[in-house]
Design a protein around this ligand. Structure first.
Ligand code: NAD
Length: 409
């Protein structure tokens, strides 16, 4: 998918084939085996990855995913999308990603800690403040980032908070990081709604995925007065035509429970394979990639798709949505708030000077809204989709970097 997207965009930009070839390859991939002593005395070996797609514009930056579907190709694609995202926001960072093929829900807390610590030790030579700075992604959180920082710091013999972002505030994390991706989504959809002369309080919303990203955007929009018709997690979704009470559902989720087990009269259970076709104004896929595909794109029933997840729409499905005049706000723009505040966290760690929440949110809003304007204006000027416009901006900056730096040796 990531490679196909590069072809589509570099074709539109009429780029030299050498550049296309260069952009499609990741710089380096590390595959590691992670032996973990399980609580029952058995030894399990997990497979982990860290991939740098590009460090042309700065150190690599991207999350770490713990999920049973993680494989090298997935991590490579996610690392590639991070390069575009960081370039689109004009952050001095490259693109990277990591992951472990594991279902973290099946591990005890001690097993999870041993797995994280050993994974960090295995990838330690390719991460660090000047090389590549990981962050949370699907299945990982601030506690896992704290263990990563601890292993890295123990190896260096000093505290190195800038080696990872999304940490707890007490050890160099940033205020506003946990909610940043959701806040970014909000700033972008608010800006788009203003362009369309529409009011978000009148919007009917469906959110796939009820974790960090999906949960936060659902809460923000709920509190702004929008109607959240449905939310889902890995177990399925809940729907109510008058809107769900998001705060109750978040409380339920925070007790480590699944949505399918939440019982409330009038809430209708919707299985995952029907969920994305619920009729709404704004559909927010915020779970995993490859969700809107050729098999459901013609049944998607909304006016705007706001991509909270990375790569939720396949290129073929994207074409169908474009033909149907459904506006797609692409992942590299829509969900870039997370990496933006991760960048702020990294700067704060390096300077040992921490900002207040107001500053974080206003600088985030500034970057997100300005980037949205840039993408929106280019899409009008070139008569292309928002995705194409975002990619053109991101890839143009990379092409400039390649031209200035040249190819070594
Ligand atoms: P998370 O682990 O906090 O939440 C993931 C949610 O998706 C959970 O509710 C899970 O139950 C649900 N889910 C998993 N598989 C599903 C399936 N097959 N069908 C329906 N729901 C499913 O992860 P997150 O951090 O919220 O990340 C979600 C997406 O957003 C990912 O694509 C991630 O790469 C992207 N993203 C995350 C951040 C961030 O800051 N966390 C930033 C940018 C992009």
């Amino acid at each position: 998918m990531a490679k196909k997207q590069i072809d589509i965009v570099t074709n539109e930009m009429r780029l030299n084939q050498n550049i296309t070839k260069y952009l499609k390859k990741v710089e380096r991939s590390l595959i590691v085996s992670i032996p973990v002593k399980m609580d029952n005395g058995k030894l399990e070996i997990f497979e982990g990855f860290r991939v740098h797609h590009s460090t042309l514009r700065g150190p690599g930056k991207g999350g770490i995913r713990f999920s049973p579907n993680v494989c090298l190709d997935e991590v490579k694609a996610l690392a590639t999308w991070m390069t575009w995202k960081n370039s689109l926001l004009n952050l001095p960072l490259g693109g990277a990603k990591g992951g472990v093929c594991v279902d973290p829900r099946k591990l005890s807390i001690n097993e999870l800690e041993r797995l994280t610590r050993r994974y960090t030790a295995e990838i330690i030579n390719v991460i660090g403040p000047d090389i590549d700075i990981p962050a949370p992604d699907v299945g990982t959180n601030k506690n896992i980032m704290a263990w990563i920082m601890d292993v890295y710091s123990m190896q260096k013999g000093r505290s190195v908070p800038g080696c990872v972002t999304g940490k707890p505030i007490e050890i160099g994390g940033s205020v506003g990081r946990e909610s940043a991706t959701g806040m970014g989504l909000y700033f972008v959809i608010d800006a788009l709604y203003k362009k369309m002369n529409l009011n978000l309080t009148d919007a009917n919303i469906v959110v796939q995925g009820f974790g960090n990203v999906g949960g936060t955007i659902a809460k923000i929009l709920f509190e702004k007065g929008a109607k959240i018709l449905a939310v889902s997690d890995v177990s399925g979704g809940l729907y109510h035509k008058e809107g769900l009470d998001i705060n109750n559902l978040l409380e339920w989720r925070d007790q480590n429970r699944l949505l399918k087990d939440f019982k409330e009269e009038d809430y209708i259970y919707v299985p995952n394979d029907e969920f994305l076709t619920i009729n709404c104004d704004i559909l927010i896929p915020a779970a995993i990639e490859n969700q809107i595909t050729v098999s459901n794109a013609d049944k998607i029933n909304c006016s705007i798709v706001l991509e909270g997840a990375n790569g939720p729409t396949t290129p073929e499905a994207d074409e169908i949505l474009n033909e149907r005049r459904i506006v797609v706000v692409p992942d590299i723009l829509a969900n870039a708030g997370g990496v933006c505040v991760s960048y702020f966290e990294y700067i704060q760690d390096i300077h040992s000077y921490f900002w207040k929440l107001d500053r974080i949110n206003s600088e985030l809003e500034n970057i997100m809204v300005n980037t949205f304007e840039e993408v929106y204006n280019l899409s009008l000027k070139r008569k292309v989709s928002l995705r194409m416009a975002a990619y053109i901006i991101a890839i143009s900056r990379l092409v400039k970097a390649i031209e200035f730096r040249g190819i070594f040796p």
